[in-house]
Each structure stands twice: as C-alpha cells, then as structure tokens.
Design a protein around this ligand. Structure first.
Ligand code: ATP
Length: 367
C-alpha cells in the first residue's frame, strides 16, 4: 500500500523565501495525482520533499504508514523521472536501466528480467544497446521511465517529464504514462505547469499558487466548480472570460450590469446574489458558453449583447472569436463553421445557466 500524506508541510529557503506553506494533503494508494500551477508556485519543491531531495522546514511526510522525514531518498521506495531525463551519456540504454539495481546488488538474472520486461512495456527492446545520444527525445524519456519501472517502486514521482518533447510527442507520451499507470496500478505523483496535461492525466488535481493549495478535485469538478477566480482562470483553454460589473435589482428581476451591457440572471441565482445587490462583482463565462445569435434558435434578448468580432482563429472543428464588446474584450469558442463576419456587429448570446460570479474582495466563488 502506498498512500502518501503531507501534514502541515512548509519549506523556507535561505533569504526567507517560503516555497510552500502549511501543505496538508492525502494521496490515495494507486491514485494518479497531478500538482499544477504557475512557475514558482511550489509544486516541484513539494515533490522533492516527498522524494527526500529537499528537507521540509516543518511538517511531516508519510509514505504508506511510515513517517519518512528522516529516511534518505534511496530508502523511500520511490522512483523519480526528471524533465531532463538524467541519463548517463556513456552508458547504453540497458546499463542506464540496470544501474540502480546493480547499485542495490540485485542478482544479474533478476536485473536482466526486469530491464527486458520494462523495455517490452515501453516498446524500447530494440534500443537497449544504444547510447542516449543515439535516441530521440521521446525515446530518451521512455528510458528514463524504464529506469523508474525496473525499481518496482511504491510511488512514482514525475517532475515535468514531457516539457522537452515536441507537442505531438507530448500528447503521445501523456497517453503512454496513463496506460502505464493502469497497468502498474501504482501511486503516481506528477508535476506540470500545463493545465491540459493536468486535466487529461490526473484522477485528482492539486492546483497551487504562491506556495498554497487552492483546490484539490477531479478534473470535471475543477472545471465546473472552481473555488475561486484563480482556479477558474487557470483551468480551461482559452481561459474563462472575466468582466467586472455591478449586480442590480429592478422590478423583482436581477441583472449583471457591466456599464455597456446588462444581462438578466436566471432565477436560481437570484437568492445567492442578493447580498451583492448594488455591489461590484466579477462575472465569469467560459468561451464555449457564448454563441453568435445567428446560430442559436432560442436566444432571449435579455441574455444577448452587442459585440464585434475582430479576429477569428479557425481550429478546424471549432473556432475562437476575439470579440470587442465596447469595454471588455471576450473570447468565444464556437463551432468551426459558425463564423461571423469580421468587424461587423453581431449579437452575442450568453448561456446564463453557465455563468460564474466571484467576490471582488476575496476572489472566492459566489456561484
Ligand atoms: P517551476 O514550474 O518554475 O519549476 P515550481 O512551481 O516548481 O516552479 P518551485 O521550484 O517549487 O516552484 O519553487 C518555489 C519557490 O521557491 C520559488 O519562489 C523559487 O524561486 C523558490 N526556490 C526553489 N528552490 C530554491 C532554492 N534552492 N533556493 C532558493 N529558493 C528556491
């Protein structure tokens, strides 16, 4: 069993740089968990503390039932895959994969079996005699993963392992690592700054910023129910649109007023928004929750605003529209064939059942 838990873990580097503060987190046995966040949020430091490569300033780390604060990395039963692969250039693929086992004095036959099994899983059997310089980036990454697999660790740690690969190879390796997780049934902890990687790979995602965890949830919950404006804007591509404005109540109906446009709130939102009447809030809408009126059959006028499309980015099955609404630019994601005419007025329809509101003071989600 390899659950991993962090209890009130903080890390300060010299100069009073707090990389992480008071992180408490439980990772289930066999879970694939992803730490994601912008550069400097503390995700690598958290991973390195789990690996034992960095010592926490305070707090406890458990792997399985054992507190490992004082256990050196080599005795933690973990294997780590780094962004730069960290292969030994003078050794063959076989020797790179066998190296850790030889150090631990495994019998020769056992090493041979493990290396060949891992090579088969990763489809690199034919590369075992090559040196790293004779391999492509994707092949090198497989060897680095192979070197982790042969150890049969309790926990795999990945630190941005796909960052050096081209876009196509990244997508391919992403699937391969997921398949590997299903096959090996081992706890995997994966660090990335790429929200698409996080969304596509994680059973659960830990969203971090400035050394703090903002939300831990499965991908769909993160997307549909972000706890604050940061998570809402970080998860999703193109990102959620934010508009500052005021909540107003007129004749028993409630509206969001941005200055240039006004839209009516659905009934279910009226009660939770009551405390915000006549106050400033942040309105959020995802690009796919807006439509060109020409292409929707049922578009109530109170959900519709005037916009001008300034740029269209055709993506094939979909298109991104860069819209001028007078005050706030918006990005919409529409069907690839539903394109408006550039620089002509259009009616933009909001799906008001999908909108979000955030508190202007705290950035926390209201609804
Ligand atoms: P990136 O995606 O850029 O690697 P990250 O989210 O992994 O970022 P960390 O590498 O964990 O972030 O760094 C968190 C904070 O700690 C940053 O402010 C960083 O500058 C600082 N930091 C990390 N390592 C050290 C160190 N060895 N000495 C001093 N400060 C450090």
């Amino acid at each position: 069993m390899a659950q991993v838990s962090l209890k009130n873990v903080s890390k300060a580097f010299p100069g009073n740089v707090w990389a992480i503060r008071d992180i408490t987190l439980g990772i289930e046995n066999k879970e694939f968990i992803v730490f994601v966040g912008p550069s400097g949020c503390g995700k690598s430091t958290t991973l390195r503390i789990i690996a034992g490569l960095e010592e926490a300033t305070s707090g406890d780390v458990y792997i399985g039932d054992q507190m490992v604060n004082d256990v050196p990395p080599k005795d933690r039963n973990i294997a780590m895959v780094f962004q730069n692969y960290a292969l030994y250039p003078h050794m063959t693929v076989y020797d790179n994969m066998a190296f850790g086992l030889r150090l631990r004095k495994y019998p020769k036959q056992e090493i041979d079996t493990r290396v060949k099994d891992a090579a088969t899983i990763l489809g690199i059997e034919k590369l075992l005699h090559r040196k790293p310089r004779e391999l492509s980036g994707g092949q090198r990454q497989r060897v680095a993963v192979g070197r982790a697999i042969v150890r049969k660790p309790l926990v795999f740690l990945f630190d941005e392992p796909l960052s050096n690969l081209d876009a196509k190879m990244r997508v391919q390796m992403r699937t391969e690592i997921k398949k590997l997780h299903i096959r090996l049934q081992t706890t995997m902890i994966y660090v990335t700054h790429d929200q698409t990687e996080a969304m596509t790979m994680g059973d659960r995602i830990v969203v971090m910023k400035d050394g703090h965890i903002h939300q831990i949830a499965d991908p769909i919950t993160l997307y549909d129910k972000p706890v604050n404006k940061f998570v809402a804007g970080f998860i999703g591509s193109p990102p959620m649109n934010f508009v500052n404005g005021t909540v107003v109540k007129k004749n028993g109906k409630m509206y969001f007023n941005e200055g240039k446009f006004q839209v009516k709130l659905i009934d279910a939102m009226v009660k939770p928004m009551l405390p915000y009447v006549d106050k400033e809030v942040i309105f959020g809408i995802r690009p796919e929750d807006m439509y060109d009126k020409l292409f929707v059959s049922d578009a109530p006028p109170e959900n519709t605003i005037k916009a001008t499309c300034e740029v269209i980015e055709p993506m094939g099955s979909e298109a991104f529209l860069y819209l001028n609404t007078g005050k706030n630019p918006l990005v919409a994601k529409v069907g690839g064939h539903n394109k408006p005419t550039i620089n002509q007025d259009m009616d933009l329809v909001f799906d008001m059942s999908k909108i979000h509101f955030f508190d202007k003071e705290t950035d926390n989600t209201i609804i």
